[in-house]
Design a protein around this ligand. Structure first.
Ligand code: NAD
Length: 421
């Protein structure tokens, strides 16, 4: 997959959604390109005294509906096109959930597993030094993504506060609770997806106890497994970057989570779990009701989509199903709950964190869950209704729903679109 194709492919979703709405061409023109992408080289001191440099980006794709919002990814394969594509998705994700944000994203091209903790801290602080003029609580608000976590967000918030000379927790979300993080942020992505599936379970014709397969057993995947198991569903297969495991009677999710926390891979845990080790392709083809891709992009494509046995695919990852994969799944009658709706619980609780930071008043967990539930059910139902009424996929319906809001905001700004520059 070339970089160009990645963003072009994302834009196809925009074109498709636009064909279902009466949209002024000016709206498409505005949403076709990222507004601003900043590229920097971060130079940090390694523990052995040498210096190493890393490429880093921050993209603010569109800020018509509010300050841009989106995670920072640390990954060796990160590219500018990937950052821009993820920022495009964030623009639509925030609009689907009606959060007062535009879309942004950031990345550092690095394998963080090869860094010591102190090197990781220097890299995280260097990122904030480099991008301190791009981000800001009313401008652009980062959050965690693949291979970044609350500890990294805490370092970044601290660095930003030192740079501007004022405690500014609202500059970044996904922080540790001790530094102004929100209760309920850690499992919010999985919980949002879980609430969505539960709300639409009848329409999706899912059995009361369903069999779940999870690809990618990190933050999103582990919390989904925990929530599903707690409600009596069976996690029958799961994978991480080491490989995949399967147990038809259901895996012990608590033991898997404990093993991962102790630094073990799923394959290393297989014997203890009484599970068989299978290939990543066999995981996709496992007999189940619900397939939950929670790893990276492009995992379900033209080459393997035909093997999917699930009735429903819940995209906790961003972009795990390619457009060609989508077509195959649609022809098989598999319903895909699209990323911009399915994994939007994370950004929704990030929004709650930002609101709490700004008002200096913190909610309890019950309140967080109740507010998340209300938004997921409201927007999930709206997307379902659009899909049913127009006879279109849930993905196209989610884009139609988001685009209608974005178009309304762009048109409301009038002839001189409003930008925070
Ligand atoms: P994470 O780093 O915690 O977990 C990623 C997991 O995927 C790891 O277990 C890793 O081993 C596994 N993995 C990597 N390559 C794999 C492969 N080829 N096959 C199977 N597993 C593989 O990341 P995360 O925060 O859970 O994010 C996962 C996905 O969810 C990403 O697409 C991310 O953009 C998306 N997402 C995350 C959040 C969030 O709040 N964490 C919010 C929205 C979307």
């Amino acid at each position: 997959m070339t970089d160009e194709t990645l963003l072009d492919r994302a834009l196809q979703r925009l074109e498709t959604a636009a064909s279902h709405l009466k949209i002024d061409q000016d709206v498409i023109e505005k949403l076709k390109y990222p507004r601003e992408t900043t590229k920097m080289r971060l130079l940090i001191r390694m523990d052995d005294g040498s210096r190493k440099s890393f490429l880093a980006w921050r993209c603010r794709y569109d800020d018509t509906r509010g300050p841009t919002k989106g995670g920072i990814r640390f990954h060796p394969d990160a590219t500018e096109a990937e950052v821009e594509t993820l920022a495009f998705w964030m623009t639509f994700k925030c609009a689907v959930m009606n959060l007062p944000y535009g879309g942004g994203k950031g990345a550092v091209q690095v394998d963080p597993r090869r860094l010591s903790k102190s090197e990781l801290e220097r890299l995280s602080r260097a990122y904030m030094q480099a991008f301190s003029r791009v981000v800001g609580p009313d401008r652009d608000i980062p959050a965690p993504d693949v291979y970044t976590n609350s500890m990294i967000m805490g370092w970044m918030a601290d660095e930003y506060s030192q740079i501007v000379g004022a405690v500014t927790p609202a500059v970044i979300t996904g922080k540790p609770i001790a530094l102004g993080g929100s209760l309920g942020r850690n499992d919010a992505t999985a919980r949002g997806g879980y609430y969505l599936v539960r709300h639409l379970a009848d329409q999706l014709r899912l059995p009361a106890q369903h069999r779940v397969v999870i690809q990618g057993f990190g933050n999103a995947g582990q919390f989904y497994a925990q929530l599903a198991a707690k409600d009596g569903h069976l996690v029958v297969a799961a994978s991480d970057s080491s490989g995949a495991i399967r147990r038809a009677d259901g895996l012990d999710t608590a033991a898997m989570i404990a093993g991962k926390a102790a630094g073990q891979s799923l394959v290393a845990l297989a014997a203890q779990l009484g599970a068989e080790v299978i290939s990543p392709e066999a995981l996709i083809a496992t007999e189940c009701d619900l397939l939950v891709p929670a790893a990276l992009e492009d995992m379900i494509h033209e080459g393997n989509a035909a093997s999917v046995q699930a009735k429903v695919v819940l995209e906790l990852a961003n972009g795990p199903v390619t457009p060609d994969g989508d077509k195959v799944l649609e022809s098989k009658g598999v319903v895909v709950l699209p990323d911009i709706l399915a994994n939007a619980g994370g950004v929704t609780v990030s929004y709650f964190e930002w609101v709490q930071n700004r008002q200096g008043y913190y909610w309890d967990l019950e309140e967080i869950h109740a507010r998340l539930l209300r938004i997921v059910e409201r927007e999930g139902r709206a997307v379902w209704d659009i899909a049913s009424a127009r006879g279109i996929s849930m993905r196209t319906a989610a884009y139609v729903h988001a685009l209608a809001r974005l178009a309304g905001a762009i048109e409301a700004h009038g002839t001189q679109p409003f930008f925070v520059s």
